[in-house]
Design a protein around this ligand. Structure first.
Ligand code: ZN
Length: 248
């Protein structure tokens, strides 16, 4: 296989010099280069720098139009896979578009908490995290929680960690019930566009809401696209809405 490849390469080199390289060859090379670069050390290093600039831009940002005094601070962690899966092969220079998408989704979910419970989310910090490859989301959660201690040692109230790592299902989340850590997974652009629903769902677990599949008109019903909390969700969440405000 390697021999064939090097033969193709040695054949295509003079053709390229003559300027008659075929479109197929060009696409193959283009994709290959991008794939390589996304898995390279420098891709991660560049992403780390990008996250520092992202932090400068959004640190302290209040994610509500009418802020209340019940401020809950967020640490937002993002791995480089989120960006690399958001950027498609043919448009590798999307730049910071993924940041706008993420912020938009966070703000949408946040506004709903503000309207319903008077909770005001504020970005304490955004940061890079280096997620482990080839793990199920529950294992990845364990890494985040126990091995890196990122989740538990954060000085922010809540840690929302985003990952673009692949798993058996296209997207999903996992949250410490009434804890402070959520892990949210996405790797498809189309799903990233509707990510506010998942963010709202996982954050709700941190305020006491539980999963349901009874066909309720609720963000907690995994078969529903609802962005509402029904009376049962509210019964569970209202006693906990000040849990970060009244922290010791
Ligand atoms: Zn859930």
């Amino acid at each position: 296989m390697k021999k064939i490849l090097s033969r193709i390469l040695s054949l295509s080199l003079p053709l390229t010099l003559l300027g008659i390289t075929s479109l197929t060859t060009y696409k193959y090379h283009k994709n290959y280069d991008i794939y390589e670069s996304k898995n390279s050390f420098s891709y991660k290093e560049n992403f780390k720098k990008e996250m520092e600039l992202f932090n400068d831009k959004v640190q302290g940002k209040i994610l509500a139009r009418t802020p209340t005094d019940n401020i809950v601070t967020l640490e937002v962690l993002v791995d480089d896979e989120v960006k690399s899966f958001y950027d498609d092969f043919y448009n590798p220079l999307d730049g910071e578009e993924w940041q706008d998408k993420l912020l938009k989704n966070l703000t949408q979910a946040s506004e709903r908490f503000n309207k319903e419970f008077g909770i005001t989310f504020k970005i304490g910090k955004v940061d890079y995290w280096d997620s482990t490859e080839d793990l199920y989301i529950s294992q990845l959660m364990e890494v985040l929680e126990k091995k890196t201690f990122r989740g538990l040692n954060s000085k922010e109230d809540i840690v929302l960690a985003f990952t673009g790592q692949r798993d058996r299902t296209p997207y999903g989340g996992i949250t410490n019930y009434l804890g402070k850590l959520s892990l949210l997974r996405t790797y498809e652009e189309t799903i990233f566009n509707e990510f506010d629903h998942l963010i709202q769902h996982e954050l709700s677990h941190l305020f006491g809401a539980m999963d349901t599949s009874n066909g309720r008109d609720s963000v907690m019903d995994y078969r529903s696209n609802s962005t509402k909390w029904d009376r049962y969700d509210k019964m569970l969440m209202l006693p906990n809405k000040d849990r970060f405000k009244n922290k010791p």
